[in-house]
Design a protein around this ligand. Structure first.
Ligand SMILES: Nc1ncnc2c1ncn2[C@@H]1O[C@H](COP(=O)(O)OP(=O)(O)OP(=O)(O)O)[C@@H](O)[C@H]1O
Ligand SMILES: [Mg+2]
Length: 227
């Protein structure tokens, strides 16, 4: 295994509790993980076990109750907010379980958005967003708004959006949830292609065991820890 600082992402003793009306819900209970650059990791486990919670913490969208997350040796939650924002925008690409597309904007504009926020000029952002949408099979749908697309098509737009800044790490939360069998297979072959072409690292939470089986490493989340 690579020296600790070289791991692209690692988690040390992550605890996450949610306060609820029935008391503290202990979701992650001292979880450890080390992911090396270029790995494809599938994260499986029963509904409600904490897969989304863990991905949100890895993407710095939520903080653990305690424990540390390191990105190439940097403790991300010790960073000031102004450094955390670029981490979220550039180092990681997040494909949400519920895709959160902006309804007022076209598919192309939704995909361009993170690139524009990262400072890419309009022409370049438009070109790259168009290419990605073509790659996921939505070439004919660039100007459609999310409400004019099917659930699976929206999921593909969200996928293109997550990839537009060529993030080193792609965190995908049930990315094939709204897709048919063919769509799910397309998605995984795209992940494999990108992994080969650019060495991107993928962490994919999924209930689809057939697709999870294609990952090089499968982790099972159970009782707050990974097995
Ligand atoms: N903001 C919150 N406040 C309180 N409890 C929460 C909150 N978010 C999630 N939970 C609870 O934490 C647990 C883990 O939720 P999480 O969404 O991470 O599960 P999951 O493994 O992604 O499930 P699924 O496979 O259904 O997507 C669940 O019991 C959920 O009810
Ligand atoms: Mg989930």
């Amino acid at each position: 295994m690579a020296p600790y600082q070289q791991s692209i992402l690692s988690a040390e003793d992550i605890i996450k509790n949610y306060p609820t009306s029935a008391g503290e819900l202990r979701v992650l209970r001292g979880l450890n993980l080390r992911v090396e650059e270029g790995e494809i990791v599938a994260l499986v486990g029963a509904s409600g076990v904490g897969k989304s919670t863990l991905l949100h913490i890895f993407g710095a969208l939520d903080r653990p109750t305690s424990g540390k997350v390191y990105h190439r040796g940097t403790d991300i939650f010790s960073l000031p907010d102004k450094s955390l924002a670029p981490f979220r925008n550039r180092a990681v690409g997040f494909i949400f379980q519920f895709h959160h597309l902006l309804g007022e904007f076209s598919a192309l504009e939704n995909v361009m958005m993170p690139a524009l926020i990262a400072g890419t000029n309009n022409g370049k952002a438009r070109k790259h967003a168009g290419e990605l949408l073509e790659r996921v099979g939505l070439k004919e749908r660039l100007d459609h708004r999310p409400g004019e697309l099917s659930g699976g098509e929206q999921q593909k737009v969200a996928l293109a959006r997550a990839l537009v800044n060529t993030p080193q790490i792609v965190l995908a939360d049930e990315p094939s949830g709204n897709l048919d069998k063919e769509g799910g297979e397309m998605l995984y072959s795209l992940f494999l292609e990108l992994n080969r072409e650019m060495g991107q690292t993928f962490i994919i939470a999924t209930h689809n065991l057939e697709l999870a089986g294609q990952a090089k490493r499968v982790l099972r989340l159970e009782q707050g820890v990974l097995n």
